[in-house]
Design a protein around this ligand. Structure first.
Ligand code: ARG
Length: 555
């Protein structure tokens, strides 16, 4: 249950929403608090008077047992036994469906994420878009939305002409087939280092051949594409992400002209030094380039066509673009252009920007040859996870499998845990620590709860009335926050909220675990504690799953 909503409903004041209800600095004051300062203007009274007035009209019940007005705040105390029973029975009843909802039913959310570039390295810079987008996809589905995952492939451009040219000159079919993306990327790098003017002009010709539908050029291109996708799909599988569409930039080749025509009809196109642009000076932005002077389309042109296509194909409620903040201007520009075209849905396009990921040793240079491939980061993390696990519990069965789950979890969680706009430095030791705010810590706690449950005699029974002690109550209250957390994560496009919830719940549970006997307790106390442990296990598994992370039964 969402207690903030519950309070808001009972208060029944139009201006108050669940977001206004906060947590007081200490639980002595109450479990929730409502600051009345915001209301002073609307209600034309002092916050102190408002708090008093709201207090007088509030009717307590079996969940909210006490209301007090203090210095312009309205403090609410929950009935501990009533709350504990309500929360635990809800979690136990709903199981893995706890915190899911139907709020998104009938709404489609397109999520453009990962969006790899064909024949280019899949590097650590793609980690955030892949895991943030992947988590949002799961979170929206969990809330009943129809989520559409789109991998807007970077498969358009003169670089493919270069690649064909390099392959023709230096490539060996069997080697490329075997070396996959690494081999094609090496050819591309070599072209950039060694190509002379003659090769450059051949490359332009090959690009033209791809465009004009030449069979050989297109077969080569498709081959490079399939080698790239085969490779990235292996990584997607590990990271637990899926896509419903791989319609990339090329897909829009024949869908740009109508957009260009419409821009022209609406008098938005302007010529500038031979190029076609949409002037955005009035909005404090440089012009949005639509066609180069040689008539070639641009990244923005394809994004305009893609957004239009998506609106028609999916009739989205929102269309998210999970892309690094370096592209802030690009998104602002093309969103603006759609707005100027009079598309009412332009307001439903959202750039979900995130910060840079670098490795601790400072390596994250995209300069030739110094790229950090995501695959290497994953492999190293899994290797390290193995030694961490081996050290902690060398008798564990399935150490390899566990290390895989733990190592991958650490990569995902490491990229997700912080507010997404922050630049982060990825440290293997930090993400694999059993103590820190890590997935390993959460997974370990989950395994600990699982071990308690497997020793308990099976049946989970919630005692009818049980007044929880402080440690137990803290766990209960945190459990109650999951539905609101998932909702907020979707609304703010911030999966880190779910990651933080998991760490918070794990911390509260561990405090309880250290302070309270579970299996050796008696009567209702024992029953309650086992039920609490089960609920924590369920909620931790849900949170991890929403992020694409598994939970080993044993660690
Ligand atoms: N492939 C692009 C890149 O690597 C990202 C594409 C993002 N999506 C989009 N619709 N522009 O920079």
């Amino acid at each position: 249950m969402d207690y903030r909503e519950y309070i808001v409903k009972k208060l029944n004041v139009a201006e108050i929403t669940a977001a206004d209800v906060s947590l007081p600095p200490n639980t002595e004051m109450g479990d929730y608090a409502l600051p009345c300062f915001k209301l002073a203007k609307v209600m034309r009274k002092s916050p102190v008077q408002i708090a008093e007035q709201l207090k007088d009209s509030f009717v307590c019940d079996e969940i909210i047992s006490e209301v007090s007005a203090v210095n312009g705040y309205l403090n609410f105390k929950l009935d501990k036994a009533g709350l504990a029973r309500a929360v635990l029975s809800e979690v136990l009843e709903k199981g893995e469906g706890y915190a899911s909802s139907k709020e998104g039913n009938g709404k489609t959310v397109c999520i453009d994420y990962s969006s790899v570039n064909i024949a280019k390295p899949f590097h650590i810079g793609h980690l955030s878009t892949t895991v943030i987008g992947g988590a949002l996809y799961k979170i929206y589905k969990f809330l009943g939305y129809n989520a559409v995952g789109i991998n807007h492939l970077g498969d358009y451009g003169t670089q493919f002409g270069k690649l064909i040219c390099a392959y023709k000159k230096w490539g060996v079919k069997e080697e490329v087939q075997k070396g996959g993306i690494h081999a094609i990327n090496a050819l591309y790098v070599r072209f950039n280092e060694e190509a002379d003017e003659q090769m450059q002009s051949q490359a332009r010709e090959y690009f033209r051949l791809i465009e004009s539908g030449d069979r050989e050029a297109n077969e080569l291109f498709e081959w490079f594409k399939s080698l790239t996708l085969e490779y990235v799909n292996g990584i997607y599988k590990k990271l637990n992400v899926t896509f419903d569409s791989y319609a990339g930039e090329r897909f829009y080749t024949d869908k740009m002209q109508p957009v260009i025509d419409e821009l022209r009809e609406k008098n938005l196109l302007k010529e500038s030094e031979g190029a076609q642009i949409v002037d955005l000076e009035e909005y404090g932005m440089p012009p949005c380039l639509i066609l180069r002077s040689d008539g070639a389309s641009l990244y923005a042109t394809r994004d305009l066509a893609a957004a239009t296509y998506r609106k028609n194909a999916y009739d989205f409620y929102k269309c998210l673009y999970v892309v690094a903040y370096q592209q802030n201007l690009h998104f602002k520009q093309f969103f603006k252009v759609l707005e100027l075209m009079g598309k009412p849905w332009a307001k439903d396009l959202v750039h979900v920007a995130y910060g840079m990921v670098s490795l601790e040793d400072g390596a994250m240079s995209t300069r030739k040859g110094k790229v950090v491939w995501l695959e290497d980061v994953i492999n190293k993390c899994v290797e390290k996870a193995y030694s961490v696990i081996d050290e902690k519990n060398s008798a564990l069965e399935n150490k390899r499998e566990t290390a895989e789950i733990v190592g991958l979890g650490a990569v995902i969680f490491g990229a997700l845990y912080n507010n997404k706009i922050k630049d982060i430095t990825f440290s293997y030791d930090k993400v694999l620590s059993f103590e820190g705010e890590t997935s390993v810590y959460v997974q370990y706690t989950c395994a600990r709860a699982n071990s308690v449950l497997s020793k308990a005699d099976g049946k989970i029974e919630l005692p009818p009335t049980y007044v929880p002690n402080t440690a137990e109550y803290e766990v209960v209250k945190t459990l109650a926050e999951l539905p609101e957390t998932v909702h907020a994560a979707a609304e703010k496009y911030e999966p880190s909220l779910v990651a933080r919830f998991a760490v918070d719940l794990a911390q509260k549970f561990n405090k309880f675990y250290i302070e309270c006997k579970i299996l050796t307790a008696e009567g209702d106390t024992k029953k309650f504690r086992i039920a609490l442990t089960k609920a924590v296990h369920t909620a931790l598994k849900i949170s991890l799953a929403l992020l694409g992370i598994g939970a080993p039964e044993k660690m």
